[in-house]
Design a binder for this molecule. Structure first.
Ligand code: UN1
Length: 517
């Protein structure tokens, strides 16, 4: 047993979450969820086997679908505020279990414990948001052109919502979707990333307890496990009207096409290639904090991570030197140890992609300012720890155009006014998050205007990551166009119906058409 498991209380956390500790080759907490091949979950923190999970076969999926569709019959007729009450209880359970769940997120995924707690906090926040929303699922009323007629629209539950989530936010992204879908009257089937299956099982246990305590069917929340083939059970299934998928652009293009071929709806939250523009009017201290957290937080594995810094030539050297100084102070190591800033990448495949990016940027003519490299030796036995790197590059390099899910930051120089920086910022295929650091109102407003950033998220004087749940989250272009979480994102989880009611004894037709019999 790894010392990290004991020293950092992982064992207790697993117990509190109802996940049987093992390393003995049997399945954990997954008895109800599958009879297929077994996937093992290894921690990128210390390389230890945390648990094994049975995957979902096509036959298992069939049973899950029966449970889900049955549960939908009960759930859709439960009044929305009562559904909100269930979500409130789920949020309360998350408050109780914030520490163990945050710890599991940190240990299974590799992000810092603080970020693990932050992720659970996002779940709690979206529950609170959804509770209020459960009394506000309102449509509009319109005036009818016909006398004695009333016209309005209302929103009804959609049915079974399929959620496919990525490893980097193993619990929060599911919660953004499921908390809203639940209050909307939908039931959910979730396929978490096969890299973090125990986080999925922990969440399923929490949800199941709440449903049981309220005599509700567990089918309101279903979990399936496995790789993309298991995801295909849902994307191909016409009984699943909405697929919400988070992950790579490559994955999203496949999901979008499969779902569109059966005219289903998809909500896609795909890759980003996020930049911060640093203008001559930027506060340098704030810039460095925002850029460093954006680039190295979650070891550069957020879809909102800062990948490019677009710096004005007049302050380029100042920013560059301050950044290098800050990078030299970064502590890399066990993410459960709060002294460390940066934890491991998710696995050694991710390490290979990181190394590839460093190689490619040099081949294309870039220069490494902070070299990076894979860490070896005590504490780094998992082989997943890398040093955050900075490279001077150009926006048209192929590798700069590509999202590498690792802590590699590209510095790009611009001259002239802010429109040149905006052109660079927009000059990529992705369109998730963007930011400008400036105290100049003209620059800030130009950046936010319709000729400014083309991203779904555009920030002034904060970094690209760490969006709050209250706003709609998502992006344009290859990021997929979906919006999750706050604002009116709930509408995608419902079907809209327009109703016209005639309370007269006449039957006038619209558009003035006469049809006398
Ligand atoms: C993601 O990386 O898929 O804005 C989600 C952020 C977080 C969510 C990131 N609230 O960085």
């Amino acid at each position: 047993m790894s010392h990290i498991v004991t020293e950092f209380g992982i064992q207790d956390a697993l117990q509190q979450l109802g996940i049987k500790a093992l390393n003995d080759g049997t399945s954990t907490g997954s008895e109800n969820f599958g009879s297929g091949d077994i996937i093992a979950s290894y921690s990128p923190v210390d390389g230890a086997l945390i648990g094994k999970v049975k995957t979902t076969t096509k036959a298992d999926y069939g049973k899950v679908m029966v449970q889900a569709t049955d549960a939908f019959k009960t759930w859709r007729t439960t009044p929305a505020p009562q559904r909100g009450e269930i979500v409130r209880q789920f949020g309360e359970k998350l408050r109780e279990l914030k520490e163990p769940l945050g710890k599991l997120v940190s240990y299974e995924m590799g992000k810092s414990y603080q970020e693990g707690l932050g992720e659970v906090q996002e779940m709690i926040d979206i529950c609170d948001f959804a509770v209020g929303l459960s009394r506000q699922l309102h449509g509009l009323t319109m005036h009818s052109e016909r006398p004695g007629h009333r016209m309005y629209e209302q929103y009804h539950p959609l049915g079974v919502v399929g959620i496919i989530s990525a490893f980097n936010f193993p619990v929060a992204v599911w919660a953004w979707n499921t908390a809203l879908a639940w209050i909307c009257g939908d039931v959910c089937i979730w396929k978490p990333s096969e890299k973090v299956p125990l986080c999925g099982i922990a969440c399923q246990h929490i949800a199941a307890q709440v449903f049981k305590a309220n005599n509700l069917p567990e089918g309101i929340s279903c979990l399936i496990n496995g790789d993309y083939k298991v995801g295909e059970f849902m994307t191909q299934d016409p009984r699943v009207p909405l697929i919400s998928a988070t992950g790579s652009v490559r994955m999203g293009k496949i999901v979008a096409q499969v779902v569109a071929s059966r005219l289903g709806k998809s909500l896609l939250e795909l890759g980003g290639n996020n930049a911060i523009i640093v203008t001559p009017d930027a506060d340098i201290k704030m810039t460095i904090i925002g850029a460093v957290f954006g680039a190295v937080g979650t070891a550069g594995q957020r879809c909102t991570s800062t990948r490019r810094l677009i710096i004005h030539e007049s302050i380029y050297d100042t920013v560059k030197e301050a950044l290098v100084r800050a990078y030299n102070q970064l502590k890399i190591g066990n993410p459960l140890d709060e002294n460390n800033h940066v934890g491991p990448l998710i696995d050694t495949d991710a390490v290979a992609l990181y190394e590839n990016a460093l190689r490619k940027v040099q081949e294309e003519g870039g220069t490494l300012l902070v070299e990076g490299g894979v860490l070896k030796g005590e504490g780094y036995e998992s082989g997943c720890y890398v040093k955050p790197a900075i490279a001077e590059a150009r926006n048209n390099f192929k590798i700069v155009q590509h999202e590498t899910f690792a802590p590699v930051l590209y510095l790009l120089k611009y001259s002239g006014d802010v429109t040149n920086a905006i052109a660079l910022q927009n000059g990529v295929d992705q369109g998730l998050s963007s930011a400008i650091m400036t105290n100049n109102l003209r620059e800030a407003e130009t950046f936010l205007s319709c000729v400014g950033s083309d991203c779904g998220i555009a920030n002034v004087n904060i970094g690209t990551s760490g969006a709050e749940i209250g706003g709609a989250f998502g992006g344009e272009k290859e990021t997929g166009g979906g919006r999750e979480s706050g604002s009116d994102a709930w509408k995608i989880y419902m079907r809209r119906q327009t109703n016209t009611i005639n309370y007269t004894t006449e039957l006038p037709l619209a558009q003035g058409i006469k049809f006398d019999l």
